[in-house]
Ligand binder design. Structure first.
Ligand code: 3UK
Length: 549
C-alpha cells in the first residue's frame, strides 16, 4: 500500500503565540533591526514608489497598523478583506492585523465587483483595505456589503481616499509605534485565503496561528534551507498562498530579504529584478518559466548569477522546461506541490535530489497516502487520490460544512489530486480527480466556460477539460459538437473566442484549443464524462498510460 512519511524533524510550536511577532519582532530581538527585510521595486504607472524597509521599520510599521486598525474599531477575530497589491503597505496591514488578533483575508486583485461583494458578505468583513487604484471595483457594491463599516484606502500618487473613506497612510501616521502583539492560542484563527472549486462559490480557508510557522519550519527550513543572506522574489503575488509564503514567512522566519513588485508580471522585468536585487531564490509557475525562456539571449543580457535556486508550484513543471532552464541559466528548478488548505508545499524535489517531471518526495513533517474512490489504499505503482497529513492543514472551510466534511478527513486532507509513486520513491502528479482546470497558475471551472459556450447557436454540446500545449503546460481545451449545418473552421473558433470574451469571461478562461467532434462520451443518465476526455488529453501530451485513473 502506498503510504509514506517525510523525514522526522523537530518543529516547535509554542502553546501561546502571535505569528506576526515571531516573524517580525523576533528578527529585531535577534539583532537584525538594521537589516533589510523588504525591498519594493515600485511601479511608475501605478504611482507606487520604490522603497526599502529594515526589520526595525517593519516592526514599527506593523505596530502602527495594528494600533490604527484597533482605533478604527477593528478587534480580535474581526475579518479585514484585503484587495491590495504587493507593497510594504500590504505587509503592514496583514501583519498589523495579526498583531491585534484580527483576521486578514487577502484576495485576488483582478476580480469583478460582484465577486468582491461575495467575499465581503461571506467573510462578514468589518473593513476592507484596498489600493487606491482599485477602489472603482467596489464603489458600486458598497451599499450591499452588509457588514462592512470601513473602507481603508492605501493611497497612491494618483489615487487618494475620498469623503467617507479612511486613508491607510493617514491613520498609520497618527498611530503609536508601540504595541505588544496579542498572544493567542496556537490554534486561534490567524488569516484566511479563498479557494475555488468545480461547483459552488469560493470557500474561505480558515488558517490558524501555527500554520505559517509549521510551513516555514518544514518546507522553507529543510527543503530550501533559507538563510539570512537569501533574497526571495516571487512572481506569484501575495494574495496567492504560494506567493504569501515566498514573500513573507518563508523569508522572514530566517531573517532573509523579500523583493516585492506591485505591477503586472512581465518576463523582461523579472530578469531585471533578479539582476538589480541580486535575487537568490526565484519563485514562479510553469507558464511564466516558459515566458522567461522566451526572452532571447536572456542569459547574456542579464546577470542571473545571484540565483542559487528556482522554485516551481501551482502546476506540474514539465521536464523539458526544467532541462531548458538548467541549460541556459545553470540553476535548478525545484518542483513542489502545495495547496491553499495546506498553507504551502508538502511534496517537493530537493536540492541535489531532483527527478524532472515529478513533484519529488514528501516534505519533512508531512505524510502521504494514496487511496481509491472507496477510500481504500491502492497498491504501489498504481495511481490513486492523494491524501496528506501535516500540521499546516487549515481548520475548515468557513460556513461550508458539507464541503469541509468531504475534504478534511480527521488528520488527513483530500487534495483532489491523482498521484503515482514510482519505485525510486518519487511522486508524480497525473491530474486532478475532479474536473478543475489549471492554466497559468489559475483555476478554471469547466462549468462556467461550457454554459457560456452553449449560448452560441453553433454549439450543440460541449465539454471543457484540462489540455496541454506543446510544452506540456496546462491549457483550457474545448470539445464541441456543432449544431446541424454548421461546419468547423478557424473563423468559427475565433468567433467562439470573441463570443466568450463579450460574455465577460476573463482571458485565461477562454479555450486555447478547440476540437470539433461528432459526439461526446456520456453516462447512461446523459452526463458528459469529462474525465474520459481529460485522460485522452493527458495520454497524448505525456505518452503515458495508467491503467486505472
Ligand atoms: C495543483 C500542482 C502539480 C494541485 C499552492 C504552492 O497551487 C497552490 O494552491 P492552490 O490551492 O492549488 C492547489 C492545487 O494545485 N498544484 C499545485 N502545485 C502543483 N500540481 N504540480 C505542482 N507542483 O492540483 C493542487 O491540489 O491554488 C502552491 C504553495 C501554496 C499553494 N497554495
Amino acid at each position: 500500500m502506498v503510504y509514506e512519511k517525510g523525514e522526522d524533524v523537530e518543529i516547535i510550536i509554542p502553546e501561546r503565540m502571535n505569528i506576526a511577532e515571531i516573524l517580525i519582532d523576533e528578527n529585531v530581538r535577534a539583532g537584525r533591526g538594521e537589516k533589510i527585510a523588504v525591498r519594493c521595486c515600485g511601479d511608475r504607472d501605478l504611482g507606487i514608489p520604490g522603497s526599502e524597509i529594515t526589520y526595525w521599520d517593519f516592526m514599527v510599521n506593523t505596530n502602527r497598523a495594528g494600533n490604527a486598525l484597533r482605533k478604527t474599531g477593528i478587534d480580535v477575530d474581526d475579518r479585514i478583506l484585503m484587495i491590495a497589491l504587493d507593497t510594504p503597505e500590504f505587509l503592514y496591514a496583514f501583519f498589523g492585523a495579526i498583531k491585534i488578533g484580527a483576521i486578514p483575508v487577502p484576495v485576488n486583485t483582478m476580480l469583478s465587483p460582484e465577486e468582491y461583494l461575495y467575499y465581503l458578505n461571506d467573510s462578514r468583513a468589518k473593513a476592507v483595505v484596498i489600493h487606491g487604484n482599485l477602489t472603482e471595483k467596489i464603489r458600486e457594491i458598497l451599499d450591499r456589503a452588509k457588514f462592512l463599516r470601513h473602507v481603508i484606502v492605501i493611497e497612491t500618487e494618483k489615487h487618494h481616499a475620498e469623503n467617507s473613506w479612511i486613508s491607510f497612510q493617514g491613520i498609520m501616521d497618527d498611530a503609536s509605534e508601540d504595541l505588544s502583539p496579542l498572544k493567542l492560542s496556537k490554534d486561534a484563527m490567524a488569516f484566511w485565503l479563498y479557494s475555488s472549486g468545480t461547483t459552488g462559490l469560493p470557500k474561505g480557508v480558515v488558517h490558524l496561528q501555527h500554520d505559517m510557522l509549521y510551513s516555514a519550519d518544514t518546507y522553507y527550513r529543510h527543503v530550501l534551507n533559507v538563510r539570512e543572506s537569501d533574497v526571495c522574489y516571487s512572481v506569484s503575488k501575495l494574495f496567492f498562498a504560494y506567493g504569501l509564503g515566498n514573500s513573507t514567512y518563508g523569508a522572514f522566519r530566517f531573517g532573509a530579504e523579500s523583493v516585492l513588485d506591485p505591477g503586472i508580471p512581465d518576463p523582461e522585468k523579472a530578469f531585471r529584478i533578479i539582476e538589480d536585487y541580486r535575487v537568490s531564490i526565484l519563485f514562479t509557475v510553469p507558464a511564466f518559466y516558459n515566458r522567461m525562456l522566451g526572452v532571447e539571449d536572456a542569459e547574456t543580457r542579464f546577470n542571473t548569477s545571484s540565483l542559487r535556486l528556482c522554485v516551481n508550484a501551482g502546476e506540474a513543471l514539465p521536464a523539458v522546461t526544467y532541462h531548458r532552464w538548467r541549460e541556459r541559466f545553470g540553476v535548478d528548478i525545484l518542483d513542489g506541490i502545495g495547496a491553499t488548505e495546506l498553507t504551502h508545499i508538502f511534496i517537493s524535489n530537493r536540492p541535489g535530489k531532483i527527478k524532472p517531471g515529478t513533484s519529488g518526495i514528501p516534505v519533512p513533517g508531512y505524510e502521504l497516502k494514496l487511496v481509491d474512490e472507496e477510500g481504500r489504499e491502492v497498491p504501489v505503482g498504481r495511481p490513486g487520490k492523494l491524501l496528506v497529513k501535516g500540521d499546516s492543514i487549515a481548520a475548515f472551510y468557513w460556513e461550508k460544512h458539507e464541503k469541509t466534511k468531504k475534504a478534511f478527513l480527521g488528520e488527513w486532507f483530500d487534495t483532489g489530486d491523482m498521484y503515482v509513486r514510482d519505485e525510486e520513491g518519487f511522486w508524480t502528479h497525473v491530474g486532478r480527480a475532479d474536473d478543475l482546470i489549471r492554466t497559468r497558475g489559475l483555476w478554471v471551472s469547466p462549468v462556467e466556460v461550457e454554459s457560456a459556450l452553449l449560448k452560441h447557436p453553433a454549439v450543440e454540446l460541449c465539454a471543457v477539460v484540462q489540455g496541454y500545449d506543446e510544452n506540456r503546460v496546462g491549457i483550457v481545451k474545448a470539445f464541441i459538437v456543432l449544431s446541424r449545418d454548421v461546419s468547423p473552421s478557424k473563423e468559427l473558433e475565433n468567433e467562439l473566442r470573441s463570443f466568450l470574451r463579450e460574455a465577460g469571461l476573463k482571458g485565461y478562461k477562454i479555450p486555447e484549443s478547440f476540437e470539433f467532434v461528432s459526439e461526446l462520451p456520456m453516462t447512461a443518465t446523459g452526463k458528459i464524462q469529462r474525465y474520459k476526455l481529460r485522460l485522452i488529453e493527458r495520454e497524448k501530451a505525456f505518452n503515458s498510460h495508467y491503467e486505472k485513473l
